[in-house]
Design a protein around this ligand. Structure first.
Ligand SMILES: C[S@@+](CC[C@H](N)C(=O)[O-])C[C@H]1O[C@@H](n2cnc3c(N)ncnc32)[C@H](O)[C@@H]1O
Length: 323
């Protein structure tokens, strides 16, 4: 029987959550490329062996597809930490233009942090795709507006030869940490990646002081002897570090170090531990049936890097309407 589903190639595929989103709304992913062998193993376990563990820039594109989706590395564009115009990873996004030249997709979708749109590289990608005859537009979507109980603003750049994607209608279905974790055992029992590291003694003492919605500033105020010396040197006004989640709010953006309390608002709403990997997956709308490969830090990276499927499906449906 002929498979009439539109075809997708996924570049910088990670653990495969953007691919999964497209698959769920009726696309067929024929090829995926991911440099990290462990993330590629998660991809293969869940979606099939069309994934290749390789450097996108060293693979020769071959054949045609209807859609290219890509999530190039975003460290160089992120507004967190040093934003490095000379980060060699930034130029990887131009690989998408090279692939589009050969594969001739009808639509290209590039997902990245919002700040990507302010970079020279984004201008370069836009120029390159326009030269190939594409109309190019970008939008910023917050995952929370599309069924994800997480505040997560991401840019989506669309290049199309078949008309422009219209901004999807908002649909806030899951709104809070409480809703996301419904039915999950409250203790992180280690089963099905419901695993959280045991905090060190000082981490535990700090967590005991931080209320829901609070962060390291509560420690500095109420138990200064537990504050790290470095906390006093930098402005503590605009940080989520040692933040504790709140039951009835969405969580803040989950990043790659989502089990490191010093890197964000990752402490459980009432227990004195960071969130488990499965809790993080739930906050990302990744199904419980998704099997991860790797050490906890590698799994955390796969989750923090990924497109939450509920948002991914919204984007995939918008693309499908054009085909
Ligand atoms: C933001 S993540 C993409 C996540 C993916 N879209 C998802 O939804 O799961 C970027 C990925 O690019 C991979 N990567 C970085 N450099 C690469 C390269 N040169 N070739 C292939 N993959 C690369 C990283 O290992 C990382 O998994």
């Amino acid at each position: 029987m002929i498979d009439s589903r539109p075809t997708v190639v996924d570049l910088f595929a990670g653990a495969g959550l953007f691919s999964y989103s497209f698959k769920q709304v009726g696309f067929r992913v024929t090829q995926a490329i991911e440099i990290d062998a462990i993330a590629a193993a998660t991809y293969a376990n869940n979606l099939g062996d069309h994934v290749v563990a390789a450097d996108v820039s060293r693979v020769k594109p071959n054949g045609h597809c209807d859609v290219i989706i890509a999530g190039p590395p975003c460290q160089g564009f992120s507004t967190l930490g040093a934003r490095r115009a000379d980060d060699p990873r930034n130029s990887l996004c131009l690989e998408v233009v090279r692939w589009a030249r050969t594969m001739q997709p009808k639509v290209v979708v590039i997902e990245n942090v919002a700040a990507f749109l302010e970079s020279d590289e984004w201008q370069g990608v836009r120029r390159g795709l326009r030269r190939l005859g594409y109309e190019v537009e970008a939008i910023i979507l917050d995952a929370f507006d599309y069924g994800v109980p997480q505040r997560r603003r991401r840019s989506f750049t669309f290049a199309s030869r078949v008309g422009m994607v219209t901004a999807p209608r908002q649909r806030r279905s899951l709104r809070s940490v409480r809703e996301a974790w419904e039915g999950l055992p409250s203790e992180a029992d280690g089963r099905n990646d419901h695993y959280a590291p045991t905090p060190s003694r000082i981490a535990l003492e700090r967590m005991q002081i931080i209320p829901p919605g609070g962060d390291k500033r509560d420690v500095m105020r109420r138990a200064p002897h537990l504050a790290a010396p470095s906390w006093w040197n930098v402005s503590s006004e605009v940080t989520d570090a040692w933040g504790r989640m709140e039951w009835d709010q969405p969580c803040n953006t989950l990043r790659t170090a989502l089990q490191n309390a010093s890197k964000g608002r990752y402490i459980h709403p009432e227990q004195h531990r960071v969130i488990s990997l499965r809790e993080a997956a739930r906050l990302h709308t990744i199904p419980d049936s998704w099997v991860f490969t790797g050490l906890p830090t590698q799994i955390a990276r796969q989750i923090g890097n990924s497109v939450p499927p509920s948002l991914g499906r919204t984007v995939a449906r918008a693309v499908k309407r054009l085909l």
